[in-house]
Design a protein around this ligand. Structure first.
Ligand SMILES: Cc1cc2nc3c(=O)[nH]c(=O)nc-3n(C[C@H](O)[C@H](O)[C@H](O)COP(=O)(O)OP(=O)(O)OC[C@H]3O[C@@H](n4cnc5c(N)ncnc54)[C@H](O)[C@@H]3O)c2cc1C
Length: 433
């Protein structure tokens, strides 16, 4: 047993903050706490930081790939603030004001220009609308803020319409990782009002040029290191013992940490871990998968017009990205795909994309299929109602994580916001005592 009391620069400090989990929410909490020179440590179960947002060297493709393609939107203010704070290079992201799409059935190309949503008079010109849609379709967006907490997007969407197929389906599935018929309308509205319908800067879609780790994770680790906050890898929290209304001991796989009365804990773990560690805390239990298929090409960008990302409708593939000789396909809400054999998944997506590509042969390139089975919580009204607040019944335990009650979907923005909220709540409680 080791005590939570530590020596820092020869001084005995009795107040320590244990952040459990080095995903974006844990890193964000630590960054916020570092502003006040808090005495923090991050305990991470694995041998790397980043959680569901990370890159790794793939020995088959012989290149660095991300666990899944991630995009962010201009309105993700907490995310941009985080990137600025940790000093991520400006050139790490490329922003797009138009989102290009192709319909795999008809090979018709079109673009979604968010400016038509925040300057709605432009929609009276049919050239500015998604082909096959009417102006009434766009007005259905205005019904969204009036739906209640228990309603799904399916309430206002005619699923047989072209507009559903070309707007609601791709946007909702990408943002909420949940199909429109089940997705929380309120949550989608929360995102649209901060992004697509807010204005030029807020609606820009940003792709990550390098890797997720180089952009979001390593700069944060370096920043925290400079602030004296370290990450202890291989430190899986297996159990918490309590005394009165406080946690008393953190049980790690290979050691225990006896907490001092003023020590605090921020748990930034997936919901399944929280239900195990804090049994009486209700959490969302349903998750949805995302599957990414990375193809290693020996050629330059084969996508039409050398797009570096393209939305796809009427296929298994939903978004396709190109960077550094890797073509990557994303399938969100991949419930029907996730249990299939990786080779079948790769062959199916490769063959459906081939007619689009400027590629010399049809042979299946080397591929890596990454199945994130618990990519996000299912963002349905029922699961939404189970997202807990940051405060718990335990006086020294705070919750963060993209699945907590942030008012946002399970995204980078939600994760970063949750970490900031936990740090703020913790400091507020400390200032009261
Ligand atoms: C394939 C995929 C694509 C995505 N695409 C997008 C996108 O385009 N845009 C977007 O904004 N978001 C996207 N997301 C969501 C985004 O990645 C997450 O919202 C975010 O990374 C969640 O961060 P987190 O810190 O809340 O959780 P996590 O990343 O899950 O972090 C939790 C950490 O806790 C650690 N841990 C778990 N158990 C223990 C334990 N017992 N003890 C100690 N440590 C433990 C884990 O190893 C992990 O490091 C995507 C997610 C996936 C999987």
């Amino acid at each position: 047993m080791i005590s939570g009391t530590v020596l820092s620069k020869g001084r005995k400090i009795n107040k320590k903050i244990y952040i459990i989990g080095a995903g974006l929410s844990g890193l964000s909490a630590a960054i916020k706490l570092s502003e006040n020179n808090s005495n923090c440590i991050i305990l991470e179960a694995t041998d790397h930081a980043g959680g569901r947002c990370r890159s790794f060297n793939d020995n088959l493709l012989k290149t660095k790939i991300d666990n899944g393609n991630h995009v962010i939107l201009g309105g993700n203010h907490n995310t941009f603030e985080y990137l600025k704070r940790v000093g991520t290079n400006h050139n790490s992201l490329t922003g797009f004001s138009k989102y290009n799409f192709v319909d795999l059935k008809t090979l018709e190309f079109w673009k979604l220009e968010p400016k038509h949503l925040y300057l709605p008079f432009l929609l009276f010109n049919s050239q500015n609308r998604i082909p096959g849609s009417s102006i009434d379709d766009y007005f259905s967006i205005l019904k969204l803020p009036f739906l209640n907490l228990n309603q799904t997007l399916g309430t206002i969407v005619n699923q047989d319409s072209v507009f559903s197929n070309r707007f609601w389906e791709p946007i909702c599935t990408a943002v909420l990782n949940t199909t429109p018929s089940q997705a929380s309308a309120k949550l989608l509205w929360q995102v649209l009002k901060e992004t697509l319908i807010r204005g030029k800067d807020s609606s820009k879609l940003y792709v990550i040029n390098d890797g997720l780790t180089d952009t979001f994770i390593q700069p944060a680790i370096n920043y925290l290191f400079r602030k004296g906050i370290k990450i202890a890898y291989g430190s899986r929290l297996t159990k918490i013992s309590f005394s009165g209304d406080k946690a008393r001991t953190l049980h790690l796989r290979d050691r225990n940490i006896l907490l001092n009365p003023d020590d605090k804990i921020i748990l930034t773990l997936p919901p399944i871990e929280i239900s195990r560690l804090l049994p009486n805390n209700a959490v969302p239990e349903k998750t949805n998968p995302i599957v990414n298929i990375h193809f290693k090409l020996q050629t330059d960008n084969p996508l039409p017009h050398k797009n570096i990302f393209l939305g796809i409708t009427n296929g298994v593939s939903q978004w396709v990205f190109y960077k550094n000789e890797v073509l990557s396909v994303t399938v969100s809400d991949a419930i029907n795909l996730v249990d299939q054999d990786p080779e079948i998944i790769a062959r199916r997506t490769w063959e459906e994309l081939l007619p689009l590509l400027n590629y010399p042969n049809s042979k299946l390139p080397k591929f890596r299929v990454i199945k994130e089975r618990n990519a996000t919580i299912a963002q349905t009204p029922a699961q939404e109602n189970k997202r807990p607040d940051c405060l718990t019944v335990w006086k020294n335990i705070f919750l963060a994580g993209d699945w907590t009650n942030t008012g946002l979907p399970s995204t980078i923005e939600g994760a970063i916001k949750s970490g900031i909220t936990a740090a703020n709540m913790l400091q507020k409680r400390e200032s009261k005592n």
